[in-house]
Design a protein around this ligand. Structure first.
Ligand code: COA
Length: 538
């Protein structure tokens, strides 16, 4: 049995309760945004209310209602990137719901259009969110279920969705080629390019009197070939089930279509290829709710990574590797909901020792086929003459080499700062972890806003001096402040999730369960390490 972490946090301190209050306030703001999505209709207001009422008057369900009918009763749904699109030009959430849930006992990726948001049409956010969901289905070998009702490309944004939208049809057939089943229920419009969603799927279920699947609707047909066609004859469910053969199953209503999708999953005879949990899932010794008070919303306030692990790992057990060496990177083994994991967690800036320790640890996880959890709270690698001369670049490169070539699944938890190359060494988005989740206090950028503004000031000053212009620090100050503000606002967790840099911001209290669902999903595919890394520069 591995040693148990002993917590030293005073959960009754003023600092703890202030942290808790600030984190709960941030979570309340996120909940309000999420409630807006659940209500449907896009931007809240009378128009949204009327759109949802019209949808319901047609006897239709909202996407999350369709999903809850599809899922096994009482099973959880891990929604992915719900707040994608935040702060941008597209509707919040992109009018698309994606996530992982259990259908007829099989973990699946689910992809559901929200027809009450711009007719379910596909904005750049929806397209990228959809591609990410397909990526998750492919890398983790999870069947994909699409609940389709969409006006196709968001026409005013056609230039930004045309190519990426095309990739989604290619990905569907590639999933099929990889042996990952794709199942589509069509509840409404699936027009033009969108017709290739059922067109490229393995199984197609269409709802009678509701599904409309055609390359060109009646107006376009009239324009193109001067034919008067009606929607049912052109692309109705009956026609596709009886005549064209595009529909494999005909459903009488939405609930019937969903039942049929569940039946299809049930006959897949699906078997996970990864090992099941090795141990029993044992609750941590310390309450995960403590995570609310453990971390400050102010990213500059440090916290002990082992305190986080004590609230995530089974029975708070952690076999620490090299505890006396490279102490600002905590490495070691534990399990989460019974799945063995290796952990790399930041406890300060990365030095050469930490980079080498991390690279060695990643190799060991690969030798043992153990998935890795990266817990990021990193301001970067150490800079300065002493460290450059000590080879910080080549040592950091060893860590990045190990992360890049590792083939065991990675999950990244953004529990604080994520700046500079520290993001890369700790398996940031560009390093393709299977999942990334963030806490509301997360901040991400090339470097901290103050440091970035400071660097810009030094560059401007030296440029002025080279041109013989006298430097006026007071005159430059407003520019520096504005830049700092800009970087500050571009570094928030909401900004990052809006750009789909993560798979969603999670409540710290739910971290253990979100990671558990992710680990279970990951084990649908084989878990295999490698010993094939790039040349480690010595
Ligand atoms: N791009 C952008 N916005 C679209 C859209 C699209 N492809 N399709 C629908 N919308 C918008 C509508 O403009 C409308 O917006 P508004 O409420 O601000 O006026 C809203 O979505 C609802 O559309 P509406 O037609 O009132 O709803 P409906 O439920 O009766 O019909 C559709 C929905 C999708 C069947 C219908 O709008 C349609 O046929 N759209 C065009 C489909 C098409 O040919 N797409 C080609 C894409 S390649």
């Amino acid at each position: 049995m591995a040693p148990t972490i002993t917590s030293r946090v005073d959960t009754r301190s003023d600092e703890f309760s202030a942290n808790q209050t600030a984190m709960l306030a941030a979570l309340a703001d996120l909940d309000a945004l999420y409630a807006q999505l659940v209500a449907g209709g896009g931007q809240p207001g009378d128009k949204a209310t009327a759109t949802v009422a019209r949808h319901r008057a047609r006897g239709k369900l909202l996407p999350r209602e369709r999903i809850s009918l599809l899922l096994d009763r009482g099973s959880p749904f891990l929604e992915l990137s719900p707040l994608g699109g935040w702060g941008g030009q597209d509707s919040l959430g992109g009018g698309l719901v994606t996530g992982i849930g259990v259908v007829s006992g099989v973990e699946c990726v689910i992809f559901a259009n929200d027809p009450t948001v711009k007719g379910g049409s596909q904005s750049p956010t929806s397209v990228h969110k959809g591609l990410r969901a397909m990526d998750i289905a492919r890398t983790n070998r999870l069947p994909l279920i699409t609940l389709t009702e969409s006006g196709g490309a968001d026409l005013p944004k056609q230039a930004d969705v045309f190519n990426a939208g095309g990739a989604s049809f290619r990905n569907l057939t590639r999933l099929s080629a990889a042996g990952v089943p794709t199942i589509t229920c069509v509840f409404g419009s699936s027009t033009a390019g969108g017709a290739y969603i059922p067109g490229m799927s393995d199984y197609v279920i269409m709802q009678q009197g509701a599904a409309k699947v055609f390359l060109g609707g009646p107006p376009l047909v009239k324009m193109a070939i001067d034919e008067d066609a009606n929607e049912e004859d052109l692309g109705g469910a009956e026609m596709h089930a009886r005549v064209s053969g595009l529909a494999d199953y005909l459903a009488v209503d939405e609930a019937d279509a969903i039942r049929q999708a569940r039946d299809v999953v049930a006959h897949l005879n699906w078997r996970k290829l990864g090992p099941g949990p090795t141990h029993a899932s044992r609750a941590p010794k310390y309450d995960p709710a403590d995570l609310l008070g453990l971390v400050s919303m102010d990213i500059r306030v440090p916290f002990e990574a082992r305190e986080v692990l004590a609230r995530l790992l089974d029975a708070s057990e952690f076999e620490e590797f090299k505890p006396l060496y490279g102490s600002t990177l905590v490495t070691g083994w534990g399990s989460l909901h019974g799945y063995p994991i290796g952990v790399l967690a930041n406890n300060g800036i990365l030095f050469s020792e930490e980079a080498e320790k991390g690279a060695q640890f990643i190799q060991l996880c690969n030798r043992n086929d153990i998935p890795i959890l990266f817990c990021q709270n990193i301001t970067g690698f150490m800079v300065g003459t002493r460290y450059e001369r000590g080879g910080i670049i080549k040592d950091g490169a060893k860590l990045i080499n190990a992360v890049s070539n590792s083939t065991v699944p990675h999950i990244t938890l953004m529990m604080g700062a994520s700046y500079g190359a520290g993001n890369y060494g700790m398996s940031g988005r560009a390093y393709e972890p299977r999942f990334i989740f963030s806490w509301p206090n997360h901040r991400i950028a090339v470097m901290g806003p103050k440091q970035l503004a400071g660097v810009l000031t030094i560059v401007a000053k030296s440029r002025a001096e080279k041109s013989g212009i006298e430097w006026d620090d007071a005159a430059f100050a407003p520019m520096r402040d504005a830049f700092e503000q800009q970087v500050e606002s571009e570094s928030t967790a909401l900004f990052a999730t809006g750009r789909l840099w993560d798979d969603g911001i999670i409540d710290p209290r739910h971290t253990r369960d979100a990671l558990g669902i992710a680990l279970s999903a990951i084990h649908s595919a084989p878990v295999e390490g490698t010993s094939n890394f790039g040349v480690f520069r010595m």
